[in-house]
Design a protein around this ligand. Structure first.
Ligand code: F6P
Length: 346
C-alpha cells in the first residue's frame, strides 16, 4: 500500500514521534510512506512528498511537525472535498493516517462516513479534550512546561508579595490548568467547566493572605469566561474572526482577571501568558512513548484495513475506537478532578 500521513490543527510535541512509528512499522509490513504537507491543505492542493529513512531519522526528540500543519477545512472550501478525493486517487494512495484533534479528525470521520475514505486517526492535542481516549500526546509536555513556569513564578511572587496570574491554553476545557495547577500548588484555578466567580476567587485569596501568606498563584485557562456574582459572564477573545472550524482566537482573560484581583483585593498583581511556549520544543518521555504506541497502532490498523478507526489509550492499553465516537463530544474536566485542585484553594 501507499500510505499517506498528515498532521492537522495546532502542532504539539510528539507529532514527529508518531510519524516515525507509523513509518517504521509500515515499512516493516512492506508499505510505502508518503508525507502530506500542511494538514488537509496538502490533500486539497496535492502537496505530497516522499518519506524515506533519511527524513524519518532523529525525530523522537524533535518538536513541531516535519510535515507542517494548518487549520484548513476542506468542507469549507469550494470543491475542497472533491479535490481531496481527486488528489488521493490521482496519486495512487491507498490509506491515510490523520494525526489531529477534534477538527482534523472530524474531517476524517466525515470523509470516511460519506465517501468510505480509507483513513485511520491518531488523537493529538495539548488540550487533552478528546473523548474516547484517556490521554492525548502533547498534553504531558504542556503540563510540564506550565508546572515549571508556576514553580519559577512562585519564587518571584514570594519575594515581592505579589499575586501572579498565569494564563494557560485550553480552548474548551481546563485540563492543562487543573493538572499544572495541582502540580505547581496553585491557590486558585479557574477553568471553563467551573463557573467560579471573580468574587469567590478574590475571597479565596483574601483568606489565604489572612492566614499569613503574602503571595498567591492563580492559574486561569484561556477559555474561562469571566464570571460574576451578578450572573454576568464574558469570554475574552483576541479576534472576533472565526477560523475554518468556527473557533475564535482566545487569549487575554489573565490580564482582565489580574486587574480585577488588584482592584478588589488591593494585592499587587502581575500576569504571565504562557501561550505557544506550551506547544513548542521537545516532547517529554511520556509523550514520546504514547506517540510511539499510537503510531504503531495506527500502522497496524492500516495494515489490517480497519479504516474509520482511531488509536486510543484506555487505562494502560492501546485500543482502537470508531473515529466518529472520538469526535462526538469533548472530554471535560470532571468535578472530582476539580475537587482535588480545590482542596488547596485559599
Ligand atoms: O487546540 C490547541 C490549542 O493550543 C488551544 O489550546 C488554543 O486555543 C489554540 O490551539 C491556539 O491556536 P493557534 O495555534 O491558532 O494560536
Amino acid at each position: 500500500m501507499r500510505v499517506a500521513i498528515l498532521t492537522g490543527g495546532g502542532d504539539c510535541p510528539g507529532l514527529n514521534a508518531v510519524i516515525r512509528a507509523v513509518a517504521r512499522r509500515s515499512w516493516a509490513q512492506g508499505h510505502e510512506i508518503v508525507g502530506v504537507r500542511e494538514g488537509w491543505r496538502g490533500l486539497v492542493q496535492g502537496l505530497l512528498e516522499p518519506l524515506g529513512p533519511r527524513e524519518v531519522s532523529g525525530l523522537l526528540p524533535r518538536g513541531g511537525t516535519i510535515l507542517g500543519t494548518t487549520r484548513t477545512n476542506p468542507y469549507k472550501l469550494d470543491g475542497g472535498v472533491e479535490r481531496v478525493l481527486h488528489n488521493f486517487r490521482g496519486r495512487s494512495l491507498d490509506a491515510l493516517v490523520a494525526i489531529g484533534g477534534e477538527d482534523t479528525l472530524g474531517v476524517a470521520a466525515r470523509l470516511h462516513r460519506e465517501h468510505g475514505f480509507p483513513v485511520v486517526g491518531v488523537p493529538k492535542t495539548i488540550d487533552n479534550d478528546l473523548s474516547a481516549t484517556d490521554y492525548t500526546f502533547g498534553f504531558d509536555t504542556a503540563v510540564s512546561v506550565c508546572t515549571e513556569a508556576i514553580d519559577r513564578l512562585h519564587t518571584t511572587a514570594e519575594s515581592h508579595n505579589r499575586v501572579m496570574v498565569v494564563e494557560v491554553m485550553g480552548r474548551h476545557t481546563g485540563w492543562i490548568a487543573v493538572m499544572s495547577g495541582i502540580a505547581g500548588g496553585a491557590d486558585v484555578i479557574l477553568i471553563p467547566e467551573q463557573p467560579v466567580t471573580v468574587e469567590e476567587a478574590c475571597e479565596d485569596l483574601r483568606r489565604r493572605h489572612e492566614r499569613g501568606k503574602d503571595f498567591s498563584i492563580v492559574v486561569v485557562s484561556e477559555g474561562y469566561k469571566l464570571t460574576y456574582e451578578s450572573g454576568e459572564q464574558h469570554e475574552v477573545t483576541r479576534e472576533e474572526e472565526l477560523d475554518q472550524f468556527g473557533h475564535v482566537r482566545l487569549g487575554g482573560v489573565g490580564e482582565l482577571l489580574a486587574r480585577e484581583i488588584e482592584t478588589r483585593t488591593g494585592f499587587e498583581t502581575r500576569v504571565t501568558v504562557l501561550g505557544h511556549v506550551q506547544r513548542g520544543g521537545s516532547p517529554t518521555a511520556r509523550d514520546r512513548v504514547l506517540a510511539t504506541r499510537y503510531g504503531l497502532k495506527a500502522a497496524d490498523l492500516v495494515h489490517g484495513q480497519q479504516f474509520g478507526r482511531m488509536a486510543a489509550l484506555h487505562g494502560d492499553a492501546i485500543v482502537d475506537v470508531p473515529l466518529a465516537e472520538a469526535v462526538a463530544e469533548l472530554k471535560t474536566v470532571p468535578p472530582d478532578w476539580y475537587a482535588v485542585a480545590r482542596a488547596f484553594f485559599g
